[in-house]
Write a new protein. Structure first.
Ligand code: GRF
Length: 193
């Protein structure tokens, strides 16, 4: 069975759905580890409740990104991780992880990339009066949400939508979509090399 590490910094609703999908057979791999850069984030509690091992760290405890990514690498190696899935990890991946996990890091982003990369993609789409936005899963490179796109889903924005209603709809669709894409990547149907 392939082994997945989820990187997340926040609420972890996608993390939870990926774990469920791995336990119901939607994903044929197992979630081996949560990596979280925010001690106290809700996702850490969720991991503990679900019995998933965690590596929680504070970047400020390290001299540099190279140093904390080397520590992450040690953990990934001790948990025999095959694939990294970023689900709300609010940090750019550096060269240390990219080199070791080339083509094996994927990210979930709440817009139709290349539109609205970076923070608050939902707010950006609303502010631009878009009538449509979406979700993208892509391979991670050194840029901000710039790597090769694996798949996307379009989502309508209705005239009466506000931030909360749109963010809720996006999350609901992410919860179904991301596990399915993870499964395709694990099955080798798409690969990042
Ligand atoms: C998701 O909307 C994802 O697209 C973005 O961060 C959010 C994470 O949400 N990258 P959650 O923590 O999984 O609820």
């Amino acid at each position: 069975m392939k082994r997945i590490a989820i990187f997340a910094s926040g609420t972890g609703s996608n993390f939870e759905e990926i774990v469920k999908a791995s336990r119901t057979g939607i994903i044929s791999g197992t979630v081996a580890l949560l990596v979280c850069d925010k001690p106290g984030a809700l996702v850490v509690e969720k991991a503990r409740a679900l019995g998933i091992d965690t590596f929680v760290f504070s970047p400020k405890d390290y001299q540099s990104k190279v140093e904390f990514e080397n520590h992450i690498l040690e953990k990934l190696s001790s948990f025999n991780v095959d694939l990294i899935a970023l689900a709300g990890y609010m940090r750019l991946i550096g060269e240390t992880l990219l080199r070791e996990f080339s083509g094996r890091i994927i990210n979930l982003h709440p817009s139709l990339l290349p539109k609205y990369p970076g923070k608050d993609a939902v707010g950006q789409a609303l502010a631009a009066d878009e009538t449509e936005t979406g979700i993208t899963v892509h391979f991670v490179d050194e840029g901000m949400d710039t790597g090769p796109i694996i798949d996307q889903v379009k989502i309508k924005i209705y005239p009466n939508d506000n931030y909360d209603s749109l963010a809720k709809r996006i999350h609901e669709i992410e919860h179904e979509f991301f596990p399915k894409v993870i499964e395709r990547v694990l099955g080798g149907l798409v690969n990042g090399d």
